[in-house]
Each structure stands twice: as C-alpha cells, then as structure tokens.
Design a protein around this ligand. Sequence first.
Ligand code: FE
Length: 258
Amino acid sequence: MPMDFDAFYKIGCGMYIVSTAHQGKLNGQLANAVVQVTATPPKIAVSLNKQNLTCQLCVKSRVFSVSVLDREAPMTFLGRWGFKSGRDIDKFEGIDHRMGRNGAPIVLDHALACFEATVTESIDVGTHMVIIGEVTSAERLREGEPMDYIYYRLVKKGLTSKLAATYQEKKEDEGAGFRALEASAEASVPRRPLSLTVPGALAPPPRYRCNVCGYVYDPSQGDPDSGVKPGTPFDSLPDGWKCPVCGASAARFTALPP
Ligand code: FE
C-alpha cells in the first residue's frame, strides 16, 4: 500500500496552547492536534505526548484549557511552549494568564479564543494520549488571524518538536518535509530584500538556523534579549549562548546560504 507521508500535511491543523494544573503546578504546551469532536454536548479532543508534563498533569487533574494562538505570536513565545519543559522552567512566569473556573490556567498572550474543558475520556494511543473533554466555557478574546500549522512552518519557519503528534523523523532530518509546499509558497513568504553586489564589498555575515526549532539567527538583528547586539556575527557569539527559542547550543545551528 502506498505511504506518501506528505499526504499527512494535507490534514489541516492549528496552533494551540493546552494548559492544565495539578496540586499547584501550572503547565502548558504547544499542540496542533486539537479538534472539536462533538457538538452536543460540545467536546474537544487533544493529543498529548505521554512524556510531556502537561499530559501527565492533565491525566491527574482531569481539566484543561485550550488557547487559540494568533499569527503574531513570536518564535520565542512559541518555543517556550513547544520546545521547553515545565520540569525545567515555570512556563507561566511573565505570561499573561488567568485561572479558569475549572482550575486550569488559561494563556491570554497571543490568544484569540479560549476554551475550558473537563476530561470525559482518555485514550492511550501508544506514544500519545488522546484526551477528550467536555467544554465548560468558550470565549473569544480578540480579533485576529489564527495561526495554523502551515503558517507556522512556512512563514515562521518553525520546526516540529520530536514529541508532537505530527512529527515525521525522516522529513525533519532531511529538511524535506515542506520542500514542495515551500516552493509553491515562495512568493508569499517574506524574504530579505535583494541587495546589489558592489565589487570589493564584503558580503554580510551569514544567518544561521537552529536545527531543533527553526529559529534563524540574523547578525543584523543580533539577539538583544540575550544581550547580543545587532551586528554580531554568529561566530562571535559569547560562549554559552543558546538558541533563544529552544535552548539548543550554537553547535546545533547550520549556516544558511546568502
Ligand atoms: Fe532552537
């Protein structure tokens, strides 16, 4: 039987933060496998990796919230929820959120809408748990364009966590998963403006891309949040500098063609 894994990319999905809390520990994670499964009563299902702290807490707390993200959410924000663990950091520190009526925190930053749900069923599907919850509140927070997974990949240039339900190891390793899509979307993706080459002029230092999360270090921008000034070439970054999105070391970066 044919197995064209690119076919899976034709399944539409969005970008969400699923949050929960158990015994005072708040946690949340990026998720793209979120779907409404019934209308009466309204139920939504989320697929969470069993290794993720959010999944483990949610199974115990039996409550969760879902925040629908907008397109303006920066990679540093997405990386906090998608590539870092609540075992290492407090993901809610400095994040605009409120506690829901069911006890799960609700992320408000970059959220267009939010849902609260009480777990009714949990299905062990191997690497992941499909957790189904009856929606107890649904709210629009602001107007905006929701970010879908294709936008995240093509415009944000984000990669997929190895723990995501849609991760494809071979595709990510080859960087080929979205090559066809990228080619067809070439015209719509913002690119750096072309510059004229002046004979004798030095080429600008190359940009580098994180192999883990897709963040691009641009020397012209630097990394001000980490104290790196604009104009700092990649090979002049301070020792110990880490990807601001996922925390990977500089050794995990690859130079991009000019
Ligand atoms: Fe990274």
